[in-house]
Design a protein around this ligand. Structure first.
Ligand code: NAD
Length: 319
């Protein structure tokens, strides 16, 4: 199987590639992977160092919104998994245009190239943020898309494009919508790496508003296993939520990170809330559970490992 992994130099895409080429992923024993990544500020080739010499690995620097770059890598590809996106909500509030270019136009270019090259399966990695915010209960995949940030709106646009390419052209397009990921190799602008890096250095951390926003946390390796489950057992045109079942307020998460870093609340600075900040995300994962998927990484153990990784890799991502 030849797989094109776009955005594979980022946090989740690189975990997906390291896991695939590290062996032991049922159904992917013969996989060969090409990563296409434009190496934005968020992409880091060091994330792929572990597989750089693997005979089944190739890296191409290129933009998914660039027709020529996409057309050059597509021939012979069986499966596309698209992680490439602008991903930081705060940046989308400052500069939405970059998000539309990569997260919508880029997906259209990838879909067109995949169609021309007769790619068998296209998997779009999406997010639970497309649903908006939910006060109680959890979203099934059939709930309406009510995105609240430019980031989420752009991702929702891509989800709808994927649906249209399935309905119009009969392409095998699948979409996964995952909750918040944590783990190693995540850019230090995101909450867990930012807080851990700052706390370990004795610097303050910014907590938005009153910290009561709720997020569902899933270890990045569990997200990647969910994507493999959808590739192996999912159906064309279907959408699958992926989630962890560990819901925490940002205040609770902050408390856990303070404890893990031997710090206290004196280092927490309450900052003005993010514009349009969603109160709570929660996905109903019964559809992917029916494919035999369950998250495996225990949150307490996974968080402790993650904190240890940032402590042991203090130089990572700072070059
Ligand atoms: P990330 O920001 O760490 O990595 C994104 C990668 O995409 C980087 O390597 C970057 O260089 C690359 N990229 C960006 N624009 C590109 C373009 N136009 N062409 C080629 N490459 C480009 O992001 P991440 O956290 O690994 O997220 C990966 C995907 O998973 C995204 O689509 C995101 O929406 C989705 N997602 C993330 C989370 C999360 O908690 N991080 C949760 C659910 C879904």
């Amino acid at each position: 199987m030849r797989m094109l992994v776009t955005g594979g130099a980022g946090f989740i895409g690189s975990q997906f590639v390291r896991d695939l080429l590290g062996g032991g992923c049922a159904g992917f024993e013969d996989v060969r992977v090409t990563v296409l990544d434009s190496l934005t500020y968020a992409g880091n080739l060091a994330n792929l160092a572990a597989v750089a010499d693997h005979p089944g690995f190739a890296f191409v620097r290129g933009d998914i919104a660039d027709d020529a770059a996409v057309a050059a890598v597509m021939p012979g590809v069986d499966v596309v998994v698209n992680f490439a996106a602008e991903t930081h909500v705060d940046r989308s509030i400052q500069d939405p245009e970059a998000f539309l270019r990569s997260n919508v136009l880029g997906v259209q270019r990838l879909l067109d190239a995949a169609r021309s090259a007769h790619v068998t399966t296209f998997l779009q990695v999406s997010t639970d943020e497309v649903y908006g915010s939910i006060a109680a209960g959890s979203w099934p995949e059939t709930d309406p898309l009510l995105p609240n940030s430019p980031y989420a709106a752009a991702k929702a646009g891509a989800d709808l494009l994927c649906r249209s390419y399935h309905r119009t052209y009969g392409m095998d397009v699948r979409v996964t919508r995952c909750s918040n990921n944590y783990g190693p190799y995540q850019h230090r602008e995101k909450v867990i790496p930012l807080f851990v890096s700052n706390l370990l250095a004795g610097r303050p951390v910014p907590l938005y508003g009153d910290g009561r926003n709720v997020r569902d946390w899933l270890h990045v390796a569990d997200h990647c296993r969910g994507i493999r489950t959808v590739l192996r057992k999912g159906a064309p045109g279907e959408i699958y939520n992926i989630g962890g079942g560990t819901e925490l307020t940002n205040r609770e998460l902050t408390g856990l990170l303070l404890a893990a870093c031997d710090a206290d609340w004196s280092l927490v600075e309450h900052v003005t809330d993010r514009l349009g900040h969603d109160l709570r995300y929660s996905v109903d994962i019964s559809k992917i559970q029916s494919l035999g998927y369950e998250p495996r990484v225990d949150f307490v153990a996974g968080l402790a490992d993650t904190v240890r990784w940032y402590r042991d890799n203090a130089a990572w991502g700072r070059d």
